[in-house]
Design a binder for this molecule. Sequence first.
Ligand SMILES: [Zn+2]
Length: 160
Amino acid sequence: MRGISVLNGRYAVTMDMYPLQSKEFNRIYKFYDHLREGRFTTTKCNDCGVRSFPPRVICPECLSENLEWVDLPTEGTVKVVTEEVVGVPLGFENPLIHALIDLEGQLTHFARIINCQTGELKEGDRVKMAVFPVDPVPVDGKRGEFVEMERVFYAFEKVK
Ligand SMILES: [Zn+2]
């Protein structure tokens, strides 16, 4: 079945929390290509040196388009944990856990935590990036047919 499984085929793009990731739809599509390679990346400006997150197509500091892709750490240390156990958004399961993560001093990142039970994750725990497949979306193919666009997204999980 095409579309988002939780909607049983009643695909509604406004309820889809994941971006379209191919070159035709997204100018930072390389971010998703890198995820597929197990890399967590962002952009750095070659003119002024500012590194941004999330990745940009234009430097927010000097407006240059001369950017390059750089790797970020894929492991970090938990600083704060939040756990939602009721009222989580459609498409997510209980518990919905997020954490503020220190990525080796390079970036403080607020990320979803997967493969984790309520109360399991604590401040100071080590976490690593985990890439997972996302339901594909139907997009217009070249000859008027629908083709399925494969997608991935990332979260973090506890290092065990
Ligand atoms: Zn710049």
